[in-house]
Write a protein that binds this ligand. Structure first.
Ligand SMILES: [Zn+2]
Length: 316
């Protein structure tokens, strides 16, 4: 897993109209799901036995974005395990980092339980999911089916508590990191952005898209020379991510080992080249690993960093 930074404010001019079009559709679909939810909640206050809230996720909005994100942002890789998705005929699953529907706790892998949440008028519900982020690019990323549907699924472990609607004063709204969505029906209730949710919920899962420095995957995950992922000492974020995304699957460990061998041979070629600019040569040879284009870059870079440190220690 390697950090990926993307900000639509910095799009190339030729991508701007595509992006604006996506945002118009995403906004419309989000308005609809929020209206449906708030209508449902008003009914629930009067009808305690009302069946659970559900909505139809509009796959078309994701489909339009998927191929673009896959190519322009995620280097054609699964955001979690860094496997190439090109071979997968569906270009991978749509992964909602925060589940768009039901939310389960991963505290006990054997017994996943629905997460409950308190909403207006003291109603306690099974968390209906982060439906207001169902079409939000900050919550959407391509992932392989092994990491997504077979491993993570609807798990979302947090250190604090999973939130839904949050009551905020105007002063609190002004101090948020990003603009929240205001409830249309319930005054002073808001749906928070992923950035603000991260601050308050403290997810126990790594998200490689635009991480804050303290949540950068490289601060929490290291890799052994045999290709297995290891949590940095005392990192619950690292430990949980390995478990929930099942990051030590046999084939992944094997592929990471091969990536380590690839970067090592690139390093050897660079040091043998007859040029004096030693560091520049290495930098050029491993550019695709540093930019994250290469599959399993995180493991390869982790290996090279340790290798160079050991080498420098030996020289002293
Ligand atoms: Zn994956």
């Amino acid at each position: 897993m390697i950090a990926i930074y993307f900000d639509p404010k910095n799009l190339k001019p030729e991508h701007v109209s595509f992006w604006e079009n996506y945002e118009i559709h995403a906004q419309k679909a989000t308005d609809k799901v929020l209206a449906d939810w708030e209508q449902w909640l008003q009914r629930k206050e009067k009808e305690p036995d009302l069946e659970e809230f559900s909505y139809n996720f509009n796959q078309d909005i994701w489909k339009s974005l998927k191929a673009w994100l896959h190519k322009e942002v995620f280097h054609g890789k699964c955001v979690y395990c860094e496997s190439q998705l090109d071979l997968d005929r569906y270009l991978g699953d749509v992964e909602h980092f925060r589940p768009k529907g039901r939310v389960t706790s991963a505290k006990d892998q054997e017994k996943r339980e629905r997460v409950s949440v308190k909403v207006e008028n003291e109603i306690v519900l099974d968390h209906p999911g982060y439906f207001w982020l169902a079409y939000d690019w900050r919550n959407l990323m391509p992932a392989c089916s092994m990491c997504n549907s077979r491993a993570k699924a609807d798990q979302f472990p947090v250190d604090a508590e999973c939130l839904l609607m949050v009551r905020l004063s105007q002063e609190e709204v002004n101090s948020l990191l990003a603009e929240p969505l205001a409830s249309k029906f319930y005054p002073e209730l808001y749906y928070l952005s992923p950035e603000d949710l991260d601050q308050r919920e403290c997810p126990l899962l790594l998200n490689p898209l635009n991480p804050t420095p303290d949540r950068d995957p490289c601060e929490h995950l290291r890799f052994s020379i045999d290709g297995s992922a290891v949590a940095v000492e005392s990192s619950d974020l690292g430990k949980n991510s390995i478990e929930v995304f099942n990051l030590n699957r046999n084939n992944l460990v094997r592929e990471r080992k091969a990536a380590i061998e690839r970067i090592h041979s690139k390093y050897l070629i660079a040091v043998r080249e007859p040029s004096e600019k030693y560091e520049e040569r290495i930098q050029n040879k491993i550019e695709d690993f540093v930019s994250g284009v290469e599959p399993y870059s995180a493991a390869a870079l982790c290996y090279l960093e340790c290798f160079l440190k050991r080498k420098l220690r030996r020289k002293r």
